[in-house]
Design a binder for this molecule. Structure first.
Ligand code: NDP
Ligand code: 2IT
Length: 451
């Protein structure tokens, strides 16, 4: 058995229930095969075996009191994968589906993504099975305070710097930062995604969606194309989706879809301007459901279906796809439909939104495919820029941060292409992203000895 297969086997046997983690490990490990011959020193130091095992896993009880006075108990997680190239860094996800396997998949992806940004950030992820949906602001505050009451022991501006992810936005970061400050009595850059008034960075809210759009533009440019006039599908309607819609529209594309966990809307006239403002108010302030968009703008709503199911069932063609909701939202069948109807590019705002079957179909059909760890790295990259500004105790202008973000996305694209060429599969962004991200971390681990 090859070394890579042995490692995958061991990972599966050790934690048989962690399906999403297995999927992420398999996707990365198979593409690292060509690094084995080039780097016998990595093999000798057992870098491949070490990188799939987190530095530590922290799991804790999160008790809190709801508005009825009843005690609720959730589970909290922080998985610190590696700090080989910088302090642990990665978001927090609050969603009822969260379990250790999901947090490990996200933390593992974060290692390579953070390395690709060129900034000094290690890999981590955390969260809870708490569901913020339907909770009052006071309930969210009490939950986040209890969560931070335990998490504060393990984080710090030079130790581990969490941020947002699904279910964790400005409100949650505000409550967590406020409570950390209260109990530690320090105002430091311990979290990113903060609001401007207390140490946040301009462009951080926009960064993931803008970055995924910049990455798509870079990929299209390799074939002499751009986003102008392209029909685009975006899934989700949260942070990443909203700013993808904004940037795609600015670059002349037309976004025709959005979704939430209840269903999908299709607006063939395009979602922009006032319609996007409506979505932002609906989702960020009123915390309502996407169906309201269909009611207001008299467009079609598909209950219980994802964007990708709707495109398939309705035979709708899009040129570019920006999956921006959650993992495994695009099945092989969905991808087959996208290929058949002439989709030319997929840029992943979400983490691992394409199933392994879907990825194979993109590749077989020569679809430009930017995997999440490259395409959505703009979010964490701008978190890195927020950390720099906090350390320097100053703040950069919108233009300054946006131009750095654009430059970083360009460089990630270049690094992916160049690694894919060096290792013999030019244009394979999956292999390129994995290898480019891995080699830097592996060299840092090697330099650090057996720890
Ligand atoms: P938000 O919570 O702001 O939005 C998530 C959106 O996806 C919502 O519309 C939500 O619908 C939908 N969604 C979430 N889970 C599911 C599900 N299981 N099935 C169907 N729809 C679902 O999160 P973000 O926009 O921040 O995150 C979206 C994706 O982007 C995630 O994969 C995240 O890991 C990734 N990402 C985020 C970054 C960031 O900076 N925020 C950076 C890089 C990647 P509903 O409200 O109904 O649940
Ligand atoms: O998946 C991700 O990269 C994020 N959720 C953002 C992490 C961060 O630290 O900004």
């Amino acid at each position: 058995m090859s070394l890579i297969n042995e490692i995958i086997d061991k990972v599966k046997k050790r934690d048989p229930e962690q399906k999403e983690f297995h999927q992420a490990v398999e996707e990365v490990m198979y593409t690292l095969e060509p690094t084995i011959a080039k780097h016998p020193e990595f093999v000798k130091a057992k870098i491949y075996e070490r990188i799939v095992e987190p530095d530590r896993v922290i799991m804790f009880r999160v008790p809190w009191v709801d508005d009825k006075g009843e005690v609720q108990v959730n589970r909290g997680f922080r998985v610190q994968f590696t700090n080989a190239i910088g302090p642990y860094k990665g978001g927090l996800r609050f969603h009822p589906s969260v379990n250790l396997g999901i947090i490990k998949f996200l933390g593992f992806e974060q290692i390579f993504k953070n390395s690709l940004t060129t900034l000094p950030m290690g890999g981590a992820k955390g969260g809870s099975d708490f569901d913020p949906k339907g909770k009052s602001d006071m309930e969210v505050m009490r939950f986040t305070q209890s969560f931070m009451r335990e998490l504060f022991k393990y984080i710090g501006p030079d130790i581990d710097v969490p941020a947002g992810d699904i279910g964790v936005g400005g409100r949650e970061i505000g409550f967590m930062f406020g409570y950390y400050k209260k109990i530690v009595n320090e105002h430091t850059g311990v979290l990113t995604g903060k609001a401007l008034e207390y140490g946040g960075s301009l462009i951080r809210p926009e960064a993931t969606g803008y970055g995924a759009t910049y990455f798509a533009a870079e990929m299209l440019a390799t074939r002499g194309k751009d986003l102008n006039g392209k029909v685009c599908a975006v899934s989700g309607s949260g942070n990443v989706a909203q700013y993808t819609v904004e940037k795609v529209s600015q670059l002349g594309g037309k976004v025709i879809s959005l979704s939430d966990s209840d269903g999908t809307i299709i607006d063939e006239k395009g979602i922009d301007g006032d319609k996007l403002n409506f979505i932002m108010d609906l989702k960020n302030i009123r915390r309502g459901r996407i169906k309201e968009y269909a009611d207001k703008y008299k467009v079609k709503y598909f209950n219980g279906l994802s964007v990708w199911d709707v495109l398939r069932e309705q035979g709708i063609k899009v040129d570019v796809a920006f999956p921006s909701a959650t993992q495994n939202e695009i099945s092989g069948k969905n991808a087959e439909n996208m290929a058949k109807t002439g989709c030319i590019c997929v840029s992943e705002g979400a983490n691992m939104p394409s199933s392994p079957d879907a990825i194979k179909i993109y590749q077989d059909n020569n679809i430009l495919y930017g995997p999440g760890k490259a395409a959505n790295a703009g979010g964490v990259a701008t978190s890195g820029l927020e950390m720099s500004q906090n350390s320097m105790r100053l703040s950069w202008s919108r233009e300054e941060v946006d131009s750095r973000l654009k430059e970083i996305m360009k460089n990630i694209h270049k690094a992916c292409l160049s690694a894919s060429e060096t290792y013999g599969k030019k244009g394979d962004y999956v292999m390129g992203a994995n290898i480019a991200g891995f080699v830097k971390v592996a060299k840092a681990m090697l330099a650090g000895g057996i720890v």
